[in-house]
Ligand binder design. Structure first.
Ligand code: GEK
Length: 243
């Protein structure tokens, strides 16, 4: 087995439990997300570009569900001034531990405040940018409105929420087509039919996608003055919501 290559679902499992972000997942995470999420790299580098435009002096940036800090590093590499704070939050200890090591090895520990907590408990304050990069999809549906309202409240005027999600489609035929395209994407990246199907079962009760309309309605109910999609590939999209 190659150490950092995702082969977690490559052999037949008798029973497939719910997917969790444990140490095995943290070890292969960069490979897993890049081979599973169309456009992931473009989204990460675009978040850096966005940060360079919207992160104001004396403000905070929140990376909610930061995993190994891909968005955090993109922000650190793109914002020219240093008068801001990044708060990176994840409730998986394995992710936070690994991110801590990464920050230490690039001498960036003091630039990022790490928190191992549920993002539903994170108090957002003085934020110019909040990042939810493929995280809200794992938060229970009933907890999502309050979370988005809290983000809106903690953003400064004209502050921005960037949110990327796997999305659902209201039309069944379209849903089926986009799902098949996504599976084709995973196959092209070396995943077998067995891996794709076992991973899908593991995520079934854990990752709950919503439609773009559901997201936009929630943004507008929370008070955001504008929201729209800026990136989409198959059933993965990224949106901006502006206070
Ligand atoms: C990236 N943003 O590379 N509270 C805190 N963290 C959570 C919660 C929660 N309630 N639910 C899930 N997570 C990253 C990728 S991955 C996306 C994000 C994926 C965390 C979870 O532990 C995991 O690290 C992350 O959200 C989701 O841009 O695996 O598809």
């Amino acid at each position: 087995m190659i150490d950092n290559v995702d082969q977690l679902y490559s052999s037949t499992r008798k029973k497939i439990g719910d997917f969790t972000f444990d140490e095995d997942v943290a070890r292969v995470f960069p490979d897993m997300i890049q081979r599973s999420v169309p456009g992931y790299r473009s989204i990460i580098s675009s978040i850096g570009m966005l940060a360079s435009k919207v992160v104001t002096p004396n403000s905070s940036v929140y990376d909610l569900g930061c995993s190994l800090g891909a968005s955090t590093f993109s922000v650190l590499d793109s914002v020219q001034h240093t008068h801001y704070k990044i708060v990176a939050v994840d409730n998986a200890p394995a992710m936070i531990k690994e991110l801590e090591n990464k920050l230490r090895s690039r001498n960036s520990e003091s630039e990022v405040e790490l928190r191992c907590e549920d993002i539903s408990q994170t108090n957002i304050e003085h934020a110019s940018l909040v990042i939810l990069n493929f995280t809200l999809q794992f938060v229970p549906l009933e907890a999502r409105p309050k979370l988005i309202q809290g983000i809106y409240a903690g953003l400064r005027p004209r502050g921005v929420l960037v949110i990327s999600e796997k999305i659902a489609f209201p039309n069944e035929k379209m849903q089926d087509m986009q799902t098949r395209l996504h599976h084709e994407f995973k196959k092209a990246n070396g995943y077998s039919d067995l891996e794709i199907s076992q991973k899908r079962t593991a995520l079934e009760n854990v990752l709950i996608p919503e439609t773009l309309a559901d997201h936009q309605e929630r943004f507008s109910e929370a008070g955001f003055s504008a929201s729209d999609v800026w990136f989409q590939c198959f059933n993965f999209a990224s949106m901006l919501a502006i206070k």
